[in-house]
Design a protein around this ligand. Structure first.
Ligand code: CP
Length: 318
């Protein structure tokens, strides 16, 4: 019996301001919710590498008094078959729908990280693995970053903007594409846009032509192809690389003119620089920009974002 409670998208957040305030309250009182998850267990399932998500999720569970089980699919489990109806006479020993049902017997929450593979847009945007977890798990599912979204990162980003914004000024937030040598998913950028749209801020996206995000994501948001123009009067610069959505998964540019430098930051309203990390220094942004940024504060807030997201889902199953 699958659960309707989940945290996979901004649509699972009933009151963003209240969630942000609860995370800030937890930050001031980190042990205040230690009984909320007592006797419960969260399974953290990773199909892809992670530093922040893995450590912050485990620590967040501890702050709620919850146990954790971590499974790295590539190295710890059996090879998983993903296709329905497959004749499993090749390398995969276990079907994903059996594995999910079994894992959900051991846990009260089941969290999963499964990136886009960037080969087929329709397949990635169908969120096959995340939706299999929602379909086959007996317990609520939490996204630790899926093919098209990273809600825990976006929640931490919203907490950080709330902490860092100037009093009495509606902040101008700019999401800028930045160069990168590898093809990366659109997940972080998609979620950042969706969550800023739900917040009290003005958002501008700047990217080279050919790098527009999906229209359903950017609807109602100004897209500016001139990065210098976009940076004017900005209070926050959020840099991220993503591969092309239009020519799906392709790198169309590695133009270093899009790197965020001190000269670029000088065009802003003394903006604070943000990035989800990990970041390639002197490719995405210069050392000087990163060393004078709020990226570590963002990473710290991953902990409180995760704890509040887990708590909200736990409250729905009690
Ligand atoms: N930002 C982020 O999700 O970091 P990890 O990939 O290290 O978890």
């Amino acid at each position: 019996m699958s659960s309707t409670a989940k945290f996979t998208n901004i649509t699972d957040v009933n009151n963003l301001n209240a969630w942000i305030e609860e995370a800030r309250y937890l930050k001031r009182n980190p042990h205040i919710f230690k009984k909320v998850g007592a006797g419960k267990c969260i399974g953290l399932v990773f199909f892809n590498p992670s530093l922040r998500t893995r450590m912050s999720s485990q620590r967040a569970a501890q702050l709620l008094g919850m146990d954790t089980i971590v499974l790295n699919v590539g190295s710890d489990g059996w090879n998983l078959e993903m296709s329905d109806g497959a004749v499993m006479d090749q390398g995969a020993q276990e079907h994903i729908k059996d594995a999910i049902q079994v894992m959900s017997q051991y846990c009260d929450l089941l969290a999963v990280r499964a990136f886009a593979d960037l080969k087929n847009r329709e397949e990635d945007y169908s969120e096959r693995i995340l939706n299999d977890f929602i379909k086959y798990s007996d317990v609520p599912v939490i996204s630790l970053e899926s093919a098209t979204g990273h809600p825990l990162q976006a929640f931490a980003d919203m907490i950080t903007i709330e902490e860092q914004r100037a009093e009495g000024r509606r902040p101008k937030v700019v999401l800028t594409w930045a160069p990168h040598p590898r093809a990366l998913p659109q997940a972080v950028a998609n979620s950042f846009v969706e969550w800023v749209k739900a917040s009290d801020a003005d958002l501008v996206i700047t990217n080279p032509e050919g790098y527009d995000l999906a229209k359903e994501v950017t609807e109602g948001v100004k897209v500016e192809y001139d990065q210098d123009k976009a940076f004017a009067d900005a209070d926050f610069i959020y840099a991220k690389n993503w591969s092309s959505y239009e020519e799906y998964g392709k790198i169309l540019s590695t133009d270093s003119a899009w790197q965020v430098t001190s000269e670029k930051m000088a065009l802003t309203n003394n903006a604070k620089f943000m990035h989800c990390l990990p970041i390639r220094r002197n490719v995405v942004a210069s050392d000087e920009v990163i060393d004078n940024s709020i990226v570590i504060k963002q990473a710290e807030n991953r902990l409180f974002a995760a704890a509040v997201a887990f708590k909200k889902v736990l409250e729905q199953i009690e």
